[in-house]
Design a protein around this ligand. Structure first.
Ligand code: SAM
Ligand code: SF4
Length: 380
């Protein structure tokens, strides 16, 4: 992990949304007709600032996330991609993902014409009542129409759904799964609802107005998710991510899970990259859009400092991220950073982990739901 990792990604955070969903705690703000230009210019300058500090790297993946970057026009997306290309150069076969909300379906062809080749659609549910409860503007029919429009562009298509919602039964979720695996998509991100502090859902849960499923039901929902995906030909390559083939996996997310290098530009974006003379550092851009724009205008970069990662921090990140992958993680570099072997044997004996001949370790299906706890046990 001490050498410069071979793969390099660019994460762009676009923080504006048409409205804020009651479950979401990402760094998001109402768009309210604000001009996109000052932030687009700041992001382009921030990318150039990173190039000056990193040296030459070819970009393997760009992820335009948010927030709602599908609010941007094709020309605005083209401008962002051009800034990244001019600074670093887009590598051959680069993956360029755009997170898109279904109500922006009419712009997807423009986004693809601008260079996007993977669309990640925030469908969230395929039941109208559930979509209303999630505070979404689209209904199930509009979501399906958006998936079809996305497939029609020729881009790779992924769909996000949220399950373990208040009141959701196993039967209802199985029906949604049956519908989603029949859509023209190559990838699914299926997330259990997290009640995040500070959100409207957290306040409703505190009042007793929103009751999340029991742990037992949540476990059943997870098991049935993996089973339904497997039966439909989507393999679980990560805790929440399912792909029809290895080529359909998210290359960008693999950069995170495999502790490769990426820069984070845009308000509140996180990065982990190898800086000239400083080694692998963590960066966190200023969170408020106006503060971010002012910082980039004043200093040429979107964060106040790049913090070198201590060996233990680097080991913890590599382990916690790598354990999410079904293939697992290479133990040797992590043990080198920790200066001690990982205490794997008791977890193997308990059937929660499995070693392989290459010296990699992975979590077994029986341990999947305990991924974070297993990581914590290994690092205790
Ligand atoms: C950054 S969000 C943005 C995507 C896009 N703006 C949208 O809403 O469709 C990425 C994904 O995170 C998931 N997500 C957001 N908040 C969540 C929560 N509290 N629990 C589980 N998943 C969540 C959703 O599935 C969402 O599509
Ligand atoms: S879920 Fe998507 S649209 Fe809703 S507030 Fe979060 S980022 Fe914005």
């Amino acid at each position: 992990l001490s050498d410069v990792p071979p793969r390099f990604g660019v994460y762009v955070h676009w923080p504006y949304c048409a409205k804020i969903c009651p479950y979401c705690d990402f760094n998001v703000y109402r768009a309210r007709g604000r001009s996109a230009d000052p932030l687009l210019n700041a992001i382009a300058a921030d990318v150039a600032g990173h190039r000056a500090r990193l040296g030459p790297r070819k970009v393997d993946s760009v992820f335009l996330g948010g927030g709602t970057p599908s609010l941007l026009s094709g020309a605005e997306i083209a401008g962002l991609l051009d800034a990244i290309d001019r600074a670093f150069g887009l590598g051959e076969g680069v993956e360029i993902t755009l997170e898109a909300n279904p109500e922006d379906a009419g712009r997807l062809a423009d986004h693809v014409a601008a260079g996007v080749n993977r669309l990640s659609l925030g469908v969230q549910a395929l039941e109208d009542a559930a979509l209303r409860a999630l505070g979404r503007w689209h209904d199930a029919a509009a979501a399906i129409a958006a998936v079809e429009a996305a497939a029609h562009t020729g881009a790779r298509v992924s769909v996000d759904l949220i399950y373990a919602r208040a009141g959701q039964t196993l039967t209802q979720w199985q029906a949604e799964l049956a519908r989603v695996v029949g859509l023209p998509v190559e990838h699914l991100s299926l997330y259990q609802l997290t009640i995040e502090d500070g959100t409207a859902f957290a306040r409703a849960a505190a009042r007793g107005a929103l009751v999340p499923p029991t742990t037992a039901l949540a476990a059943d929902l997870f098991e049935s998710t993996v089973a339904a995906c497997a039966a439909a030909g989507f393999s679980a390559y990560e805790v929440s991510n399912f792909a029809r083939s290895a080529r359909a996996e998210s290359r960008h997310n693999r950069i995170y899970w495999e502790s490769q290098d990426w820069i984070g530009v845009g308000p509140g974006a996180h990065g982990r990259a190898t800086f000239v003379g400083a080694g692998r550092c963590a960066t966190e851009a200023a969170r408020l859009p106006d503060a971010y724009i002012a910082l980039v205008e004043g200093t040429g970069i979107g964060w106040p400092e790049a913090l070198p990662l201590a060996p233990r921090e680097a080991a913890e990140e590599a382990l916690m991220m790598g354990l999410r992958l079904v293939d697992g993680v290479n133990a040797a570099p992590i043990e080198a950073l920790l200066g001690a072997p990982l205490p794997i044997a008791p977890l193997v004996e308990a059937g929660l982990m499995a070693p392989d001949a290459r010296g990699w370790v992975r979590i077994t299906p029986a341990g999947r739901l305990l991924t974070d706890k297993i990581g914590a046990t290994l690092l205790a």
